[in-house]
Ligand binder design. Sequence first.
Ligand SMILES: [Zn+2]
Length: 169
Amino acid sequence: MVALHDMKGDARRFMDRCVECENLDALYMLGMVEYFSCNNLATALMCLNRSARLGHIGAYYVVSIILLLSGSDFRQKGVTLLSAMKRSGEYKEKVNFYREKLIKFLRSATRRNPKVLNGRPACCTNVRHRFLASNASSLVGKDEEDYVFCDGCTCDGELAYIFEQICSV
Ligand SMILES: [Zn+2]
């Protein structure tokens, strides 16, 4: 993946044109850069929501992750969105694909929104769920069902996996 954050001149102008033309991938990429590198929540959501509305599943996925990371006012929305995607037969495979893309992006980012890695939020509010899940460092790809009791647990597992992958570099 190109270091989009450092794009200048012609490359940047080309990207801006793609965005103007509502190129789904360009909006999706720019949304990730705006949030994960530049900490511009509003611009990121504008790009990603546009891309998602036009059918980009990756944009939906990234919106749900951003909502989870953006404080308690947004978190429940993120939990609803992400857990619905992960339950859906249609979206499940795509979630796996775009999760790996997000991890790659975050690993290669030269600048990172400090909020992204400082203090992972807890999505599940049930103390017993969290006690049981804390024994499993990563839920994705393991016997997920053993530790997932509610939609919040599902999202905690998702974030745990992403953070683990980024930090293991
Ligand atoms: Zn739970």
